[in-house]
Design a protein around this ligand. Structure first.
Ligand code: HEC
Ligand code: HEC
Ligand code: HEC
Ligand code: HEC
Length: 169
């Protein structure tokens, strides 16, 4: 108990001594929070902007062109390519994948038009297929990759009429 009292007294002394410093730090935090909220939710609406297919298309023009011809053109890229099970998971992977994409693009180490899904990207995709088509697929093995059979869902094969031989490639 006495320890706690001492600690409180120390904290109070510290606050009194460094009042202006703390006030400045508090003000800086408030400005940052307000600025961040403005960018994300205010007129620039960064969250909405960076979730639109038009934004993804800046670096993925090939996939965007194919997607526009697909049965899923009313679903957004992120409906398939980000986790949509809960808010936290969605925004955590939005930051990780978004950061990775931007890094690869501007470092020249990767090309958005010539890339492949990561193993994690495949899991996310499968979960999203099941999420939207849950009624239809409730009676089949959901562990099996949907796109093993639904091969034209892959952007490179969308909107093409392929022969059996071409499909093997
Ligand atoms: C600034 C350019 C840029 C933007 C904008 C961008 N990407 Fe990418 N993306 C890339 C690059 C470069 C790669 C290749 C990175 C690599 O080789 O791993 C990539 C890879 C991918 C991959 C395959 C690798 C993986 O993570 O499974 C997917 C899927 C993807 N992006 C989806 C999206 C979506 C969805 C959006 C919009 C929300 C988007 N990207 C916006 C540049 C971008
Ligand atoms: C209906 C779900 C769905 C939607 C919507 C969707 N994709 Fe995909 N995406 C896929 C599938 C399926 C693959 C291929 C997986 C494979 O073959 O390994 C893929 C693969 C990719 C890849 C990896 C490279 C490649 O071509 O295989 C990128 C990049 C990508 N998509 C970007 C996008 C962008 C950008 C959009 C929006 C303009 C989008 N996707 C919309 C299902 C989707
Ligand atoms: C965001 C919800 C959503 C996601 C994610 C989604 N779908 Fe769909 N899917 C739809 C809707 C809506 C339609 C009906 C489109 C129409 O009839 O115009 C559709 C149509 C289809 C069709 C019939 C049309 C066709 O292309 O042959 C198949 C097959 C299909 N989806 C499979 C998949 C697979 C496999 C995945 C995962 C790669 C997937 N879907 C992801 C909503 C979704
Ligand atoms: C063993 C192959 C196979 C697998 C794996 C498979 N499907 Fe299918 N699916 C079919 C066949 C065959 C049809 C009926 C023919 C058609 O419409 O394409 C069908 C039909 C559908 C349809 C209705 C298409 C329409 O035109 O209305 C949807 C949606 C669909 N599947 C989604 C999925 C999803 C999501 C998965 C993964 C959980 C999946 N399928 C896994 C073979 C498969």
């Amino acid at each position: 108990m006495t320890d706690l009292k001492e600690l409180r007294a120390k904290a109070r002394n510290f606050a009194v001594e460094h009042r202006t410093l703390l006030l400045k730090a508090g003000a800086a935090c408030a400005v940052c929070a307000l600025g961040g909220a403005f960018l994300l939710f205010g007129p620039p609406r960064m969250i909405e902007l960076t979730e639109s297919p038009q934004f993804c298309a800046l670096c993925h023009s090939n996939q965007n062109g194919d997607w526009l011809h697909s049965a899923h053109r009313r679903e957004k890229c992120i409906d398939c390519h980000l986790p949509n099970d809960n808010f936290a998971d969605h925004y955590m992977w939005k930051s990780i994948d978004g950061g990775k994409d931007v890094f690869f693009h501007f470092s020249g180490l990767g090309d958005g038009n010539d890339t492949q899904l990561t193993p994690h990207g495949k899991k996310v995709l499968q979960a999203n297929c099941i999420r939207c088509h849950v009624d239809l697929v409730s009676h089949i093995n959901n562990k099996r990759s949907c796109i093993d059979c639904h091969r034209t869902l892959s952007h490179r094969r969308t909107a093409l009429t392929l022969t059996k031989e071409e499909m093997k490639k």
